[in-house]
Design a binder for this molecule. Structure first.
Ligand code: ADP
Length: 437
């Protein structure tokens, strides 16, 4: 309905020209009408030009103002541009939020275009795949992730399962990588660091294999003897007794292993620590007499106590940890050697130590001694009744008491295994009850 104003003006010009015609003639009338029509035309051309100029640079604050139908047009345009810029602002805000969410994702995300070229990636993907957001945008993903497994995955186009990439860029990194098609032509590449998960799985697998192996040997021995006893019912008494004795040893070995496994599992489950007021001096005396019992007079056992402090901790666990260190010292020290059980304070730290003059440990083995079933000499450990779990148990108990196990050793000369307790675990002698605990 914008045209009616111009039509009205043209009609008014015609009305004005009508009385001129009889008085001044046709030329004058046409002149009057022409002036009116030209003014209308000029007005429209002028505003059309302003509109064209504005369209070249459509800023909302530069929208021209006018009158008549052009006022309505410019007003309409103003409202349209304002609504559009509002929804654009909203859209870019939503987009920013999505980008921020993508950036914060704990998994790597790479958006690929229809030709598998990188359109966008988040920092985690940069870290996982070694991408550079400045240089690598627009690059084909296969140029940057060169592992044959990935190239094959990309080529086969079966993206229903992730693919595992190991030792990417020659670092110890295992990634689970999956392509997810979206938006008909684009793909999203998702990367997840599963290095730790794989490590745990390997430890678990090794553990099961080790336990099976440890149990298989005594089971085979016992099974073999039972078969012999069945096959030869009239076996002489001496052989029979020696075989029964061996079977007894093997079942005891299995029993010790199961016992240690249960202890370890209890400790690893991390139940709440029952805290006693442990009289460390009394405990050291108990351990010294246990060492004498284990040694059966083959070693010189001494006790060096220079602190009266007690320990806040679980008596049974601490007894078990210290007992393992003492038992190891006896088992890995040849006859005639010495064992020293020590309890002292170094500043505000409590130190329980077991020193021996035994076979010692080569430095390269020391960091691995607390691994389950890690032994320097498998044969010696087994022949002395070891399960390979003792130091793993010690480490867990120490951790539960916020203490640290330290090992110093010189091959052929001896070792010192000590547990260092933090100040908040120490008790004044007056805080101890009269019992051993
Ligand atoms: P094991 O039952 O084999 O003794 P542990 O976990 O107690 O298992 O010890 C792990 C390994 O650490 C042992 O097999 C042994 O090689 C070494 N080890 C532990 N204590 C001593 C020690 N006092 N002297 C020398 N080696 C030791």
């Amino acid at each position: 309905m914008f045209w009616w104003r111009s039509a009205a003006i043209l009609a008014a010009c015609a009305l004005l020209a009508l009385p001129v015609y009889p008085i001044l003639g046709a030329t004058a009338a046409c002149l009057v009408y022409g002036i009116g029509a030209t003014s209308v035309l000029w007005f429209h051309l002028f505003n059309l030009n302003r509109l064209a100029r504005w369209m070249a640079e459509p800023a909302i604050d530069k929208l021209p103002e006018s009158i008549g139908s052009w006022d309505a047009i410019f007003g309409g345009l103003y409202r349209m541009v304002r609504t559009q810029s509002k929804s654009q602002r909203l859209l870019s805000l939503t987009l920013d939020r999505f980008v921020a969410a993508g950036e914060a994702m704990p998994e790597g995300v790479v958006v690929l275009d229809e030709n598998d070229r990188i359109e966008w990636c988040n920092p985690k993907a940069m870290q996982h795949l070694g991408l550079d957001r400045k240089k690598d945008l627009g690059q084909h993903i296969a140029y940057l992730v060169r592992q044959p497994t990935f190239q094959h995955y990309l080529a086969v186009q079966d993206y229903s399962h992730p693919v595992i990439l190991r030792n990417l860029r020659d670092i110890d990194l295992t990634l689970s990588v999956q392509l997810v098609p979206f938006d008909t032509t684009r793909k999203m590449l998702l990367t997840r660091d599963i290095t730790q998960l794989e490590r745990v799985q390997t430890v678990h697998r090794d553990f099961v294999a080790n336990v099976s192996h440890e149990l298989r040997t005594p089971l085979t021995v016992v099974g073999g003897f039972i078969e012999t006893l069945i096959d030869i019912p009239d076996m002489d008494a001496a052989t029979r007794e020696s075989q029964l004795r061996l079977m007894h040893d093997q079942t005891r070995r299995m029993g010790r292993l199961v016992e240690d496994l249960l202890t370890l599992s209890r400790l690893e489950n991390g139940g709440e620590l029952r805290e006693d007021r442990v009289n460390a001096v009394a405990l050291a005396h108990v351990l010294a007499s246990e060492a004498e019992g284990l040694s059966q007079g083959k070693h010189k056992v001494s006790l060096q106590i220079s602190s009266e402090a007690g320990l806040r901790g679980n008596y049974d666990e601490l007894h078990s940890a210290f007992g393992n260190l003492v038992s190891n010292a006896v088992r890995y020290t040849p006859e005639g050697g010495e064992l020293r059980i020590k309890w002292r304070q170094e500043g505000d730290i409590g130190v329980f130590a077991v020193e021996d003059t035994g076979i010692g440990v080569e430095p390269q083995h020391i960091p691995r001694l607390t691994e389950r079933f890690y032994r320097v000499d498998r044969g010696r450990s087994r022949s002395t009744g070891g399960t390979g779990l003792g130091l793993a148990i010690v480490k867990h108990i120490a951790q539960r008491h916020q203490a640290k196990l330290e090992v110093k050793s010189v091959p052929g000369q001896g070792s010192c295994f000590c547990i260092r307790f933090p100040a908040n675990r120490l008790l004044e002698p007056g805080e101890l009850s009269s019992s051993n605990k």
